[in-house]
Design a protein around this ligand. Structure first.
Ligand code: LLP
Length: 438
């Protein structure tokens, strides 16, 4: 769990820097990442793979959780691969100098241009999620005179306990092909016939923000049942297996407090299951991939806001309005996600009241969250919301023409931009006035 350090001035620290000084220097709202935390989490997975599985695999950072050039450069410097899910993520990774052969491309409806970009740059693997896509990719590879390595996304039908919007492997999921109804088998056989695609193995991902170790292990077992059945029918033995991401993080006291070693334990349990299944079914140990996103960047990030207007609706609730909102913190509105927060400039003060934190968007549902336990706040206080490193910046928008906040990374007290501030000119950059309106 991210350690909430308070300095001698009674202020929150992140990455060795005073959060209030960061707010003064860079303005608010501000996304702040702790570089050491990011690196530790990346190493936890990478070292576990090295130790428990002889490094025979790749930890792919699931960059949908937070994508910008700097995070790809950092993941690369820690020896990770990357999972990208759009042409935009792929382009960003490539521009950051990320090695294409360590990139795995996802998406349930990849566009032709996205696939063409992947083929052009020789990405390591494309995870095929439809036959329509496979035909398109086969054609593009043929045109380029290449053979593209692919995995097939299968749905092992494991239900994990998490918000239904972030579940992906339920029987009615739009992702993958069901093992249970035989469509995974049928599709994989067809892929073996493609001349310009080389099926390397399979992929599954059961959902996100999951704490039940058993769900991951069960999914791995189901995959091996399938691998084994597929080998019996076709003689094909998978050499790559990607078991997805989804490891949960601490948002509030309702979530387990995961330490670095807990994540190593989760991955070890998965690796043990893989080793056991290979032994039991006389299969070669596949090149093993996992794709953690949230657990790498989630707790590494906090968001700083300045408290503006404060409104009390007598006997009902108190609102602190901040300079952010659903445009930069959409998860409460989308999933009802809960967070913890503190006043960064008064970090030693005891909480005395429960408040709702509202954003500045023109929408009543625009809340950062409710039930925050804080000291009595004043306008001008700096509010820090924890565990905002995953799916915040990456899901931000310019709703109400608000500016997406800048992102900084802090190490040993020194801060630098990962993403510079937007300007109003950025907002109108692609606007066009048709001749008839000029
Ligand atoms: N691999 C695949 C194929 C995925 O679909 C995902 C997440 C991941 C890996 C990474 O999962 P993670 O380790 O981050 O849990 N916007 C939602 C989360 C959507 C997750 C989508 N897929 C949220 O804010 O909770």
């Amino acid at each position: 769990m991210f350690k909430r350090e308070v300095n001698k001035k009674g202020r929150l620290e992140i990455g060795g820097a005073d959060a209030v000084e960061l707010a003064e220097q860079f303005g608010t709202p501000l996304y702040v990442y702790d570089e050491n935390y990011l690196r530790f989490m990346m190493r936890v997975y990478r070292d576990t793979l090295d130790r428990e599985y002889d490094g025979n695999g790749l930890v792919l950072y699931a960059s949908k959780a937070f994508s910008c050039m700097g995070i790809y450069a950092l993941a690369n410097s820690e020896g990770l691969g990357a999972d990208v899910v759009s042409g935009g993520e792929l382009y960003t990774a490539l521009k950051a100098g990320f090695p294409a052969e360590k990139i795995m491309m996802h998406g349930n409806n990849k566009l032709k241009e996205e696939l063409a970009l992947a083929v052009e740059h020789n990405v390591g693997w494309v995870v095929v999620d439809s036959l329509w896509e496979a035909d398109m990719l086969d054609g593009l590879s043929e045109q380029a005179g290449k053979v593209q390595n692919i995995l097939l996304r299968i749905n092992p039908g494991v239900e994990a306990h998490t918000h239904s919007f972030v579940q992906t492997a339920t029987p009615d999921s739009k992702f993958g092909f069901s093992v249970a109804d035989g469509s995974a088998m049928e599709t994989a056989k067809k892929l073996l016939e493609k001349k310009h695609l080389c099926l390397k193995g399979f992929h599954c991902h059961i959902g996100s923000q999951i704490f039940e170790k058993h769900s991951f292990v069960l999914a791995a077992e189901k995959c091996f049942e399938f691998l084994s059945a597929f080998k019996k029918e076709t003689g094909f033995e998978a050499s790559v297996l990607n078991l997805g991401g989804g490891y949960g993080i601490h948002y509030t006291k309702d979530d387990p407090n995961m330490s670095f070693s807990d994540y190593a334990d989760y991955f070890t349990a998965l690796i043990d299951a893989v080793k056991y299944e290979c032994e039991k079914r006389s299969l070669k140990r596949p090149f093993l991939c996992i794709e953690p996103g949230r657990s790498i960047v989630g707790e590494a990030g906090i968001t700083l806001y300045t408290v503006g207007s404060i409104k009390e609706i007598k006997g009902i609730k108190k609102y602190l309005a901040v300079d952010g909102g659903m445009f930069e913190s959409p998860r409460y509105c989308l999933y009802g996600s809960k967070y913890e927060a503190m006043l960064a400039n008064r970090a030693n003060e005891e909480p005395t009241e429960y408040v709702s934190v509202a954003g500045k968007c023109c929408e009543s549902g625009d809340l950062i969250g409710e039930g925050f336990n804080l000291p009595k706040a004043k306008s001008g206080d700096i509010l820090a919301v924890f565990s905002t490193g995953a799916y915040h910046y990456s899901m931000a928008s310019n709703y109400n023409r608000n500016l997406v906040p800048p992102v900084i990374i802090v190490k040993d007290g020194k801060a630098d931009y990962l993403v510079k501030p937007q300007t109003y000119d950025d907002l109108i950059r692609n606007d066009a006035l048709p001749a008839s309106l000029k």
